[in-house]
Every structure is written in C-alpha cells, then in structure tokens.
Design a protein around this ligand. Structure first.
Ligand code: CA
Length: 224
C-alpha cells in the first residue's frame, strides 16, 4: 500500500516511516501542512497518518481542504494527549480514526491495518487470484467456476489473503483478522486453518515464507 506520513517532529516522522516501511508499505512523507496538502491533493494514497499540530497549515485545515476537494482516502489523525477537543474536531473534519500521542507503534500499525481493510472492502467485494474467485458480500468462493465449501474461519482467512494477494501476512495479522474481538487468540491455530485451506485450494496457492508468514500467489502453470 502507498501511504503518506505527515509529522513535523523529525524523530517521530522517521520512526513512523521506518515502521510503515517495515510493514511492507511504500511511504511518502511531509513535515509541514503546505507540503502535506499538496501531496494529498495531487497524489494517490491508500491511507494517510496526519499529525494535527503542523507548521504553515494546521492538520485540521489540511484535512478539511482534502475532503472539500473530494479526496476520500482514509486518514488517521495524531492528536495531543488528552485533547478530546482535537479528537472531536478531527472526526468532524473527516478523519477515519485517531490516536493520541504518545502511542505505541504496534497500535498505530493495527489501526492502519483496520482502516486499510475497511477501505479495500468498501472499494471492492470481489477478488480473483488465478482460478480462485471470491465475493465477500455473497460469501462465495469459486475455483475454476466450481463452488468451494469453506468454514467461516477458512473464508475469513482466504478473504484477507486475496485482498492482499502477493503480500506476506504474519500469523498475528491473520489471527487478528479472524478473531478481531478475542484478546486470547492463539496464532498457532492459524497454522491449522492454513493447512486445511491449502488442501481445498489449487496446489501452490498458499506459500509459506519461513519465519514471516504466508502469502497467496497464482500457482505456476502446470502446478508446483
Ligand atoms: Ca506536531
């Protein structure tokens, strides 16, 4: 995914860029409101992390201008600690989520994943990977045109793998997707679900990337 990080504090901006790149994203950055506004208006981003306290043009104004110009990308705003006014103003200005400073990078990554998931689900309900076709709204999967019977966990797993085809997903990401409400989730059970799903899909569809996770690919012709 292509993301924009807007933060005037260089150390924090560097940490954000590094963490997001580490999560596999392409990251552009801006250190003031003017540059941020320009980038968000002329370039396409899958999501934006926007600090509200910025030089030149403040973050709220930047966000309002984007929305007024019809720019609808998901925006996560960073607010000052304990400032509920900023949260309210941010949401009113068109933010999709907010996080108060200081925050844990893991929480920021999790919230961004949720935002990206919601926006990709909104944008499309159908995915295709080789001979596999999945419709999230109808909860239906076809392989070579034939219906495939999956359990709800297998379906959720396959949905996420298809949405992010070609990207490596960790067991943690997959289990967060399958059990969003459950804090006692066990990422080991993901191995079991992946093994079951793998048996139902064309051979070679789910690759194991050692130490990192799994990725959905179009199997090479002839199967491998
Ligand atoms: Ca700031």
């Amino acid at each position: 995914m292509r993301l924009l990080v807007v933060e005037d504090e260089p150390t924090l901006r560097g940490q954000l860029v590094q963490a997001l790149q580490g999560a596999g994203h392409t990251v552009e950055q801006a250190g003031d409101g003017r540059e941020a506004h320009y980038l968000g208006e002329v370039e396409d981003f899958d999501a934006v992390v926007l600090d509200l306290g910025l030089p030149q043009i403040d973050g709220l104004s930047v966000l309002r201008r984007w929305r007024a110009a019809g720019r609808g990308m998901p925006v996560l705003v960073l607010t000052a600690r304990g400032s509920w006014q900023e949260k309210v103003e941010g949401m009113d200005a068109g933010a999709d989520d907010y996080l108060a400073k200081p925050f844990h990078m893991q929480e920021l990554l999790a919230r961004l994943r949720a935002l990206l998931r919601r926006s990709t689900e909104h944008a499309s309900s159908e995915w295709r990977c080789g001979s596999i076709w999945l419709d999230t709204r109808a909860a239906r999967v076809l392989v070579d045109g034939q219906p495939l019977v999956l359990t709800s966990h297998e379906f959720k797993l396959l949905s996420l793998l298809m949405q992010r085809k070609g990207q490596v997903l960790s067991r943690t990401e997959l289990s967060e997707h399958i059990y969003p409400q459950d804090e006692d989730r066990d990422s080991n059970t993901i191995e079991v679900f992946v093994a079951r799903l793998r048996k139902k899909l064309p051979e070679g569809s789910i690759e194991t990337v050692r130490g990192l996770g799994y990725r959905l690919v179009e199997p090479a012709a002839g199967g491998a």
